[in-house]
Ligand binder design. Structure first.
Ligand code: NAD
Length: 490
């Protein structure tokens, strides 16, 4: 069985670790590869950091116009290889082919935005800040940067950071999720072809040990993390204690609110796409659906829309929803549904213990809807990260906003309405970093920061767009006077 190699200093190299774990197709249970894991992966991090530092020292002095040229090539290669990368994502992560292709498109858009780095990296200049004295600010790269990615978007998430990091003159080490490393293997084959100097981009596999290696390595100057909240907190604490710049995006529990004036059919279609897309394994998946006032019609419509989704292997035609990532996830999600029931909820649509013909071992859960969930219970606060909708009824939009604002997470909140004034109030008062109005997945496009709040984000500057440019550069202010001016009277 193929043991995956790291990519360090422009070459494919074996890991120093002999321990591996299996990469498993969540639908078929086929073992796709073995990925290095275990303590010795820290030695891989050391090699990568040394190579990345060496590369950075030269790369930072290459003109920014030259630094973006490889990104144009990367965009073309990603487009040309979209089908193959999509298949890999579907095979290791489980989402449908259409979802996988959509994810690559989002990655490409970040490459496009990073091509504007010669504009985005420009800074400020003030002539005559005092007589004969000019003051200006420049942005310089940090050095070796690192990205630690989750399983649910094996291609896209590293692209919230990678193109910006290298365009601004840094080098980067990527640590993909050990559950889905094959997509990034293919992407590094493409990165190998775009004429980047050796060591500017590197990839090290592994789990906690390689992450800790990155968090502790003195040459690594920044960490861009995306994953669950407990790990995000840990990364932020340990990374910043070691003096690094850290942006750590965490988990979510996203509420959507439906007002009585919303279009029922459109709303239920959009919301079911949000809840069940990628089998609910998106950090922007709607999880708690709050209906304001009488909810009979919308409830019926949501159940119909959820029932109509075809569950199966994402490589096959006509599939709307694939499996969840692992057996452990399936067990965890099904026991959370049980917990909701124990807390007084009723199951309107039960997706537990379902089998897909031909893929009986797969980690499938069908669309599930639970209602009458206790507002003081645990489940209403817990990230399920699976295809489960919790339906809750409230009296007013103010009640809904108050409920949203006591949520410990703040990744996304959405409102469905025809009322401009309700929408305006909602976007102003709801305490979440990404707001959707008649949108089910309020995913910021590459030009905007991915703005999680509260326990969905630890740090100051988010991924994507101008935030990424700022994150990957440090400002230097220069106050300047030239001898000719010295003779002036002050
Ligand atoms: P995870 O936290 O388990 O893993 C993320 C990364 O951290 C992986 O590379 C993993 O190897 C590493 N890791 C895991 N445990 C670790 C530990 N104890 N110490 C050090 N490193 C560790 O997350 P996941 O299951 O891969 O991804 C799902 C989670 O990611 C969900 O909570 C989801 O909401 C979140 N997510 C958030 C966003 C966002 O933008 N906020 C986007 C995607 C996913």
């Amino acid at each position: 069985m193929n043991v995956l190699q790291n990519y360090i200093n422009g070459e494919w190299v074996n890991s120093k670790s002999n321990t591996t774990i299996d990469v498993v197709n969540p639908a078929t249970k086929e073992i796709l590869a073995k990925v290095p894991n275990g303590d010795d992966t820290q030695k891989d991090v050391e090699m990568a950091a040394a190579a990345a530092q060496q590369a950075y020292l030269e790369w930072k002095n290459i003109s920014v116009l030259k630094r973006i040229q490889p990104l144009f090539k990367l965009k073309t290669l990603l487009e040309q290889n979209k089908d193959e990368i999509s298949r890999l994502i579907t095979m290791e992560c489980g989402k449908t082919l259409a979802e996988s292709a959509g994810e690559i498109q989002r990655a490409i858009e970040n490459v496009e935005v990073a091509c504007a780095t010669p504009m985005l990296m420009q800074s400020e200049f003030l002539e005559n800040v005092a007589t004969g004295i000019d003051e200006f600010m420049i942005r310089q790269p940090l050095g070796v940067t690192a990205c630690i990615a989750p399983f649910n978007f094996p291609a896209m998430i590293s692209f919230w950071f990678l193109p910006y990091a290298i365009a601004t003159g840094n080098s980067m080490i990527i640590k993909p999720s050990e559950k889905v490393p094959l997509t990034m293997m293919k992407i590094f084959e493409l990165l190998h072809q775009i004429d980047l100097p050796k060591g500017v981009v590197n990839m090290v596999h592994g789990g906690k040990a390689s992450v800790d290696g990155l968090l502790d390595h003195p040459l690594v100057k920044s960490i861009s993390f995306v994953g669950s909240t407990p790990v995000a907190k840990y990364i932020y604490a340990r990374g910043t204690a070691n003096g690094k710049r850290v942006q750590a995006q965490g988990g979510a529990k996203n509420p959507v609110v439906i007002l009585p004036d919303a279009d029922i059919e459109m709303t239920s279609q959009i919301i079911t796409d949000s809840v069940y897309g990628c089998a609910g394994q998106r950090c922007l998946a709607a999880s708690v659906v709050i209906t304001v006032d009488d909810n009979k019609k919308i409830k019926e419509s949501l159940v119909e829309a959820a029932k109509s989704r075809t569950v199966g292997y994402g490589l096959n035609n006509g599939i709307d929803m694939g499996p969840v990532i692992s057996n452990e996830s399936k067990t965890r999600i099904e026991s959370l549904i049980d917990k909701g029931v124990a807390e007084g909820a009723s199951v309107l649509l039960d997706g537990r213990n379902k089998k897909v013909k031909g893929f009986e071992q797969g980690n499938f859960i069908n669309p599930t809807i639970i209602e009458n969930l206790s507002l003081s219970g645990e489940l209403i606060k817990t990230e399920i990260f699976g295809p489960v909708m919790s339906l809750v009824q409230m009296k007013t939009v103010d009640d809904a906003i108050a409920f949203i604002n006591q949520n410990v997470y703040g990744n996304m909140a959405c409102l469905f309405t025809n009322s401009g004034s309700s929408a305006r109030k909602f976007r102003n008062e709801a305490m979440a970093g990404n707001i959707g109005i008649n949108i089910g997945i309020a995913a910021p496009m590459a030009q905007f920061p991915f703005s999680g709040w509260k326990e969905s984000f630890f740090g100051d500057l988010h991924g994507q767009g101008k935030h990424a440019i700022e994150f990957f550069t440090q400002t230097k202010v220069v106050v300047e006077r030239w001898p000719k001016e010295w003779s002036r009277k002050f």
